[in-house]
Write a protein that binds this ligand. Structure first.
Ligand code: ADP
Ligand code: MG
Length: 353
């Protein structure tokens, strides 16, 4: 389906490294552009991605202690949310499906409730109970394959966010049917980035930039007063930029069909699944969402990706303080009204010819 555009199956890790270099290049442009001697950066690898932080306004000791605290807290959260980590909250909830309610951390209750809100907002396009479908496709493992329609037919009824029972008072979660499983891959990274930003609040930071593989949080103004410039990659040529979003404080996250995918029978299949069909979703290639917090921009980028261009734009225009840049399958770039003046379009309609 996308092969006509000349993209062959790519090694996901290599692609990610390319993506990361691009982001570093952009950060460097920012940093060099405003030449602040106080700017300090650090990189770590977890959540299956690269995490970069860049901080203004701290001395070296303060920065060392902040970066250690930030990364520690973020990793701690990954240990709660990852369904692959045995003993994590999500892992225990999934193991106990159809049997019993499981006591979890307050963060799990919070993120799950937010996930259910976005599920409601998107009429189930975003669904945190998507995990059985992801397993069928082998996403999250090294063995991807296209499921049979019989397999899909069996699993689809298990995807049902409305059935999730969250008890805030007891801090428990119950999945009423055996085989149901939660996956927070479309929202947890955003929350974890927000946690990182929160850790910085006890430090005299003047400006802060966190980037976890495309989930970005920005706080404060650079010493020059320049706005931050966030590149949106060209989905058909991810080392190139399709657009630049200029922004002050807030968050931006991107979901794309070029981030994780595999090829079978000459077709490419990516990792964002439409819960209604069981197949990779939509008529768009990339969705970047600007929102006050990263949890929302992360979840909505996945939700809008599944909703597709028309319904996605409609949802974004209906939400206060939320905007987006959507690149459709033809490479055309669509920007919501609140972001038009802040977005520079570099490649309209697949401008590479
Ligand atoms: P990433 O930046 O990690 O690629 P995205 O924010 O684009 O993440 O979300 C994709 C992830 O969301 C998938 O890897 C999967 O874990 C999860 N996911 C896939 N389809 C859906 C869906 N319809 N609803 C909720 N989560 C989904
Ligand atoms: Mg997301």
């Amino acid at each position: 389906m996308y092969l006509e555009r000349g993209i062959k199956q790519m090694n996901v890790k290599l692609l990610k490294i390319a993506v990361i270099f691009m982001i570093i290049a952009l950060i460097s442009v920012n940093i060099l552009g405003c030449s602040s001697p106080e700017n300090q950066t650090k990189t770590a690898f977890f959540m299956d991605t690269q995490i970069d932080i860049s901080v203004y306004g701290l001395n070296k000791d303060q920065f060392d202690s902040l970066s250690e605290k930030m990364f520690d807290e973020m990793m701690e959260m990954e240990n709660i949310f990852s369904r692959y980590i045995s003993g994590s909250d999500i892992n225990r909830i999934n193991e106990a499906a159809g049997r019993e309610a499981v006591k979890v951390n307050e963060e799990t209750i919070f993120v799950l409730q937010k996930a259910l809100e976005v599920a409601e907002l998107s009429e189930g396009a975003f669904d945190p109970t998507i995990a059985p479908l992801l397993e069928l496709w082998g996403f999250g493992t090294d063995e991807n394959r296209v499921p049979t329609s019989e397999e899909l037919r069996k699993v689809l009824p298990l995807i049902n966010y409305r059935a999730v029972q969250v008890n805030e008072e007891d801090s428990t979660v119950f999945l009423p049917e055996a085989g149901m499983k939660i996956d927070l891959g479309g929202i947890a990274k955003g929350f974890i980035v927000d946690r990182g930003r929160l850790a910085a609040e006890k430090f005299p930071v003047t400006a802060l930039f966190i980037n976890a593989g495309g989930d970005i949080s920005i706080k404060g103004t650079k010493p020059t007063g320049d706005r931050w410039r966030i590149a949106v990659q060209d989905p058909r040529s991810p080392e190139e930029w399709a657009a630049i979003i200029e922004m002050n404080e807030g968050s931006v996250a991107t979901s794309g069909d070029y981030q994780r995918f595999f090829e079978e029978g000459g077709e490419l299949f990516h990792h964002i699944i439409d819960p209604r069909t069981g197949f990779p979703a939509g008529n768009v290639s990339s969705v970047s969402i600007v929102a006050p917090d990263t949890l929302m921009s992360d979840a909505l980028s996945t939700a809008v990706f599944v909703l597709g261009l028309e319904k996605g734009l409609e949802l974004l225009e209906s939400l206060d303080g939320v905007d987006g840049v959507i690149i459709d399958k033809q490479g055309k770039i669509h920007v919501t009204s609140g972001l038009v003046d802040d977005t520079e379009i570099l490649l309209q309609g697949g401008g590479r010819g």
